[in-house]
Design a protein around this ligand. Structure first.
Ligand code: SF4
Length: 387
């Protein structure tokens, strides 16, 4: 896998730039496989504690806060696992107006959110990019440099990424979903619009352009192996990623990947059993802790999906290597229509309720939610110094 990735990198000058920043892997391949594999509970506990210690050595007890505004669920893509894919019949499609987005940003700024993520389905038109760029410029006037703006808009051209950077974006989240091109092909229709290599090149462009770059993968995908997951970890290091988000694959109704998930288990329902949830959560936390050991200075998110598996799933992640939480700020009226996966939590909560809940959860494990703190990953500040 790594040699395949490396040959892709060698075909690009941006690849050379990202490779320059990648660090030596602190763990060998066999150590990574051991960490993410099944083992006695005492060894898992030691792994999680070690990951927490490494996190504390770089970030102390701080947990950084980013608010997510899901401003549109329109999507031109048709990823096989996704609840808002183009052909999914259920979601009522919406677009928040610019005024509503700016109003939500103003509220978040007043509540001392220092990171705001603008997220939507993938619509790569120039009109959409111009709209986001204009919104960013107006948002900057409201908040000055007290907020880092993160975008998650999918694959765009280099010119469009640069336009958004110039308009005020600081960070970009583009999830690879898997480092395995063959697995990626199974997760996406072969219609010429879902190309793993194109996505990889987008991530490399973003790293080379000066964005703080986040990516992520899913664990527990149908057909995924432990070697795939070990490759994912090596991919993060190869790419020079600054922030990593890791989510368990949770089947969503009326999607092709959910059908594959059921077939793999010989079931006719996507309902998760208690054993399913426990295994999915444990596998994801093992992966998260291992990522922390391999990447001491990146930011790692405790994603909302973990809470879908266990009420305190996010707290467990924060005690095992994660140092970022991302409550949803999307107005309540739209939340139910942005369900990428089944039983997404917080759908019925207001932004205010989410914030209070998150603060309580973080305090309950003896950590501090950092209001008003930008929370740049040390990995990024160090790599920028080297340029
Ligand atoms: S995963 Fe993203 S790009 Fe794919 S269908 Fe869902 S919203 Fe669209």
């Amino acid at each position: 896998m790594l040699s395949a990735l490396t040959s892709h990198f060698q075909s690009s000058t941006l690849g050379a730039l990202s490779r320059q920043f990648s660090t030596q892997m602190p763990l060998s391949r066999s150590e990574i496989l051991k960490c993410i594999g099944d083992k006695p509970i005492s060894e898992d506990k030691a792994l999680f504690e070690r990951a927490n210690d490494v996190t504390k050595s770089v970030y102390g007890n701080k947990v950084f806060l980013r608010g997510i505004i899901e401003f549109s669920n329109h999507c031109a893509k048709n990823c096989n696992y996704c609840g808002i894919r183009r052909d999914h019949p259920d979601p009522e499609r919406y677009e928040m107006s610019q005024d509503d987005i700016l109003e939500t940003i103003k509220w978040a700024h007043e509540k001392r959110y220092a990171g705001i993520l603008l997220q939507s389905g993938e619509v790569g038109t120039q009109d959409r990019v111009d709209f986001v760029a204009d919104t960013l410029k107006k948002a900057r006037k409201l908040t000055g440099d007290k907020v880092r703006y993160i975008l998650s808009l999918g694959e765009l051209t280099d010119d469009q990424y640069y336009q958004l950077l110039q308009a005020g974006a600081d960070r970009y989240l583009l999830r690879m979903e898997t480092s395995n091109p063959a697995l990626y092909a199974k997760l996406h229709p072969q219609d010429g619009h879902h190309d793993w290599l194109k996505r990889l090149n987008c991530v490399k462009s973003l790293v080379g352009m000066g964005y703080q770059v986040a990516t992520g993968v899913m664990t527990g995908l149908p057909g995924q192996t432990k070697d795939d997951l070990a490759d994912d970890i090596e991919m993060f290091n190869e790419l020079g990623i600054d922030m990593i988000g890791l989510g368990p694959y949770i089947p969503q109704v009326k999607t092709p990947t959910a059908d594959a998930w059921m077939a793999e288990r010989g079931r006719d329902s996507i309902e998760l059993t208690a054993d399913d949830k426990a295994k999915m959560l444990l596998d994801t936390i093992r992966m998260l802790a291992t990522i922390r050991l391999c990447n001491p200075d990146v930011n790692i998110a405790a994603t909302t999906a973990l809470q879908a598996l266990k009420d305190d799933g996010r707290e467990w992640a924060l005690e095992s290597g994660a140092n970022v939480v991302m409550p949803i700020l999307t107005p309540k009226t739209f939340r139910a229509e942005y369900q990428l996966y089944q039983n997404k939590p917080c759908i019925d909560d207001s932004a205010s309720e989410c914030m209070g809940c998150m603060d309580r959860r973080v305090r309950s494990i003896g950590k501090t939610l950092c209001f008003g703190e930008l929370g740049d990953p040390k990995h990024f500040t160090d790599r920028i110094k080297k340029v």
